[in-house]
Design a protein. Structure first.
Length: 186
């Protein structure tokens, strides 16, 4: 019977002491939150960890939830923030993560320059890792979301709560900065 109740009714019931109501909420949103996390981080194990963290945060903060608002956007905002926090903690990006299933480097297409042979430079993983470290966390995250997780500019804009043009502009500047950093190391 609890399954047919609205999110708001389940929250009210849980706050009144009905533990089963929270379980119903978790079961209702477990798969969508996992899918959302997986899309953001690209790893099943990491997505499971993030999903667990999301529901722990919800459990800890549900008393603070404004019941005049919808639960689902609040839940997904927590999931988004938890995913971003997870990606922020990942400092380095292995060069191999920029390769597609055919072994082609997808980053190379975006930063190739006619002045130098970047293929030789980019084959050196250490050079790319050092170049990535010179970027701001937001720039690193933009490159990671675009190239490691295949997010569109629109999805990245949503994650950052920015306009798509801002994200595209940052991406172009970041690629130029990476190119310049790699050229300067040679």
């Amino acid at each position: 019977m609890e399954n047919k109740l609205s999110d708001k009714q389940l929250i009210v019931n849980y706050l009144k002491g009905n533990e089963e109501a929270f379980e119903v909420l978790v079961k209702r949103y477990l798969k969508p939150i996992y899918s959302f996390a997986y899309k953001n981080v690209g790893s099943p194990a990491d997505a499971e960890d993030i999903t667990q963290q999301v529901f722990v945060k919800v459990w800890k903060n549900i008393k603070k939830f404004d019941q005049n608002k919808n639960f689902k956007p609040w839940l997904f905002q927590i999931a988004k923030n938890t995913s971003i926090d997870f990606l922020r903690k990942k400092k380095t990006i292995p060069f191999s993560r920029f390769e597609n299933e055919k072994g082609q480097n997808v980053l190379l297409d975006n930063i190739e320059s006619p002045r130098i042979n970047l293929l030789d430079v980019l084959n050196n993983k250490r050079v790319l890792a050092l170049a990535m470290q010179t970027l701001s966390p937001k720039e690193q995250k933009t490159i990671t979301l675009r190239h490691n997780y295949g997010l569109s500019f629109k999805e990245i804009a949503t994650a950052f709560e920015e306009s798509i043009n801002t994200v595209k502009s940052r991406y172009r500047r970041t690629i130029s900065s990476l190119k310049q950093t790699i050229q300067d190391t040679n």
